[in-house]
Design a protein around this ligand. Structure first.
Ligand code: TYD
Length: 330
């Protein structure tokens, strides 16, 4: 099987690429290599995959790659993904996530593929209070420029199934964590800052709840969807591991033997979604997929991985310092 991954140098895309290579699939990575893409993530896999540096909004370039490669399956993960960046600068989220998804869908339609996995997110459903869960039938009600761009891309993919018969399958995972995540997201920000002895900026009172899915489990679910998922369907991918942010941060500090006095409550993110929680009954029932990595084990391994890979983190440090100066709300 030939598998083409857009955003294959990203955090989730590269895990899908690694698993694809391990499974012996012919693996093709397409990536623009923005701040969030890094060839290092496929260290050790050189020569085991083909790589095209391309921006998904470049219609001609993307069409050329797909016509040349003729993939059986496209896994479309390429996107701008960080909510805080979408609050500071929404335009690129619409351009890349909506415009770029349309380009990739068109190219797949032109060449013909057996499956197109369109990466969405639990954030397209909006936010929950203390109770309840999102099922695949929950109406979309996104709140941030990021989640609106993902909801548009999600719906566009389903429109290509209904209108053009393109075999699009939509996946909506919860918050991923694990090795190689760029330190703008909660988990690696906290690990990196704790390591440097800096304060850990927790929004509001840290009461917001996220459902933490290890990236290996997320990629595993994607392969279950490639193998057994039905075109036109949507599958939630979650772990059931719901945590308040403050508890996630305390767990990280405890794994690192660092004091809780490093925690600093900072001004809240505007429009901060309170809670996401996914029902995963459908993917369990229909595809037999279940997460394997508990929060306890996954977070321990993740902290260890970052501490073993500080050199990689340090290559990001100067970009991160200027990002962090602007990122937090005043
Ligand atoms: P994030 O990793 O940005 O993912 P998302 O917003 O897509 O869920 O944030 C996870 C949670 O952590 C979210 O509730 C915001 C919060 N958060 C902080 O409290 N401090 C931080 O520095 C960051 C990056 C996030």
């Amino acid at each position: 099987m030939k598998l083409l991954i857009t955003g294959g140098l990203g955090f989730i895309g590269s895990e899908i690429a690694r698993q694809s290579i391990e499974k012996g699939f012919e693996t093709i990575v397409v990536d623009k290599v923005t701040y969030a893409g890094d060839l290092e993530r496929l260290r050790g896999y050189e020569k085991k995959y083909s790589f095209y540096k391309e921006d998904i909004t470049n219609r001609e370039g993307i069409s050329k790659i797909l016509l040349e490669v003729k993939p059986d399956v496209v896994v479309h993960t390429a996107a701008e993904t960080h909510v805080d960046r979408s609050i500071k600068d929404p335009a690129i989220f619409i351009e890349t996530n909506v415009g770029g998804t349309q380009v990739v869908l068109d190219a797949a339609k032109e060449v013909g593929v057996s499956k197109f996995i369109n990466f969405s997110t639990d954030e397209v459903y909006g936010a929950l209070g203390e109770d309840g869960q999102f099922t695949e039938n929950t109406p979309l009600n996104p709140h941030s420029p990021y989640s609106v761009s993902k909801a548009a891309a999600d719906m566009l993919g389903r429109a290509y199934f209904h209108t053009f018969n393109l075999p699009v399958i939509t996946v909506r995972p919860s918050n991923n964590y694990g090795p190689w995540q760029y330190p703008e997201k909660l988990v690696p920000v906290m690990i990196f800052k704790a390591h440097m002895g800096e304060n850990l900026p927790v929004y509001g009172k840290g009461q917001n709840v996220r459902e933490w899915l290890h990236v290996k489990d997320c990629a595993g679910a994607v392969f279950a969807v490639i193998e057994k998922g039905q075109p036109g369907e949507v599958y939630n991918i979650g772990s059931g591991e719901e945590k308040r942010n403050i508890d996630t941060v305390k767990a990280i500090l405890s794994l690192m033997n660092k004091p809780e006095s490093l925690i600093e409550f900072v001004k809240d993110r505007p429009g901060h979604d309170f809670r996401y929680s996914l029902s995963v009954e459908k993917i369990k029932r229909e595809l037999g997929w279940e997460p394997e990595i508990t929060f306890e084990i996954g977070m321990k391994n993740t902290v260890e991985w970052y501490l073993d890979n500080l050199d990689w983190m340090k290559t990001k440090l100067s970009d991160l310092k200027s990002y962090w100066e602007k990122a937090y709300y005043k």
